[in-house]
Design a protein around this ligand. Structure first.
Ligand SMILES: C[S@@+](CC[C@H](N)C(=O)[O-])C[C@H]1O[C@@H](n2cnc3c(N)ncnc32)[C@H](O)[C@@H]1O
Length: 198
């Protein structure tokens, strides 16, 4: 583990200690998809994707998907889905620490589902700066801000006041109104937010 990982995520996957995982696509993802919000497709990054189903769903919508995660078994799952042997590759899964990794070119969109809340808040300013650097100007950040209302973590509480400071309006365009928070099966709730990098 590097110093930017407070948690041994691979051990959690191997132990089946994955209370953050949803058995199906995230309801907010489905709502964005149904509303056509993911159009037009382009290049999308899913940081800390774990074994989530959304990278494949984005690929099936026409997006060129890049997954980055530090947990080898999760990366193997995503790579098998995105680039199945004998099948046409729809993306790639990279084993890397987000705090040392850099893409060759910026992305059109980033889908962050329980990655930010998995990181110790002391790392959030660095992570937010990296998110901005990974996106092209005008690129979109699909965020699911975990709402625990309690100290400690992970998951760490992504209080909306803190999020508005972390993603300030001079760098990020926020929507006038946010959709309703989505309950999480074992955690509390997540606040969907679609931000646009200025
Ligand atoms: C709470 S899990 C969320 C997984 C997935 N997004 C989901 O919704 O099921 C956090 C994920 O972030 C990954 N992660 C944590 N720190 C990371 C880092 N510094 N670089 C890359 N991935 C990291 C972990 O390996 C884990 O898969």
């Amino acid at each position: 583990m590097s110093t930017t990982q407070a948690i041994d995520w691979e051990s959690k996957y191997r132990a089946g200690s994955t209370g953050w995982e949803r058995p199906e696509l995230h309801p907010a993802f489905c709502a964005w998809h149904a509303a056509g919000t993911f159009a037009p497709p382009g290049r999308v990054l899913v940081p800390g994707a774990g074994r989530s189903h959304e990278p494949l769903a984005l690929a099936e919508t026409g997006w060129d998907v890049t997954v980055v995660d530090v947990a080898p078994s999760a990366v193997a799952v995503q790579q098998a889905r995105l680039a199945p042997e004998g099948g046409a590759p729809m993306g790639r899964a990279l084993l890397a620490d987000l705090f040392t990794w850099a893409p060759a070119a910026p992305f059109d969109a980033i889908y962050d589902q329980t990655c930010l809340c998995a990181l110790p808040p002391a790392l959030w300013p660095d992570y937010a700066a990296r998110l901005a650097s990974w996106l092209r100007p005008g690129g979109r950040l699909f965020a699911l801000f975990m709402q625990t209302g309690t100290p400690g973590g992970p998951p760490f509480d992504c209080d909306l006041g803190v999020m508005r400071t972390l993603f300030p309006p001079e760098h990020w365009a926020w929507p006038e109104a946010l959709p309703a928070p989505v309950p999480h099966p074992s955690l509390r709730a997540e606040q969907p937010a679609l931000l646009r990098r200025r």
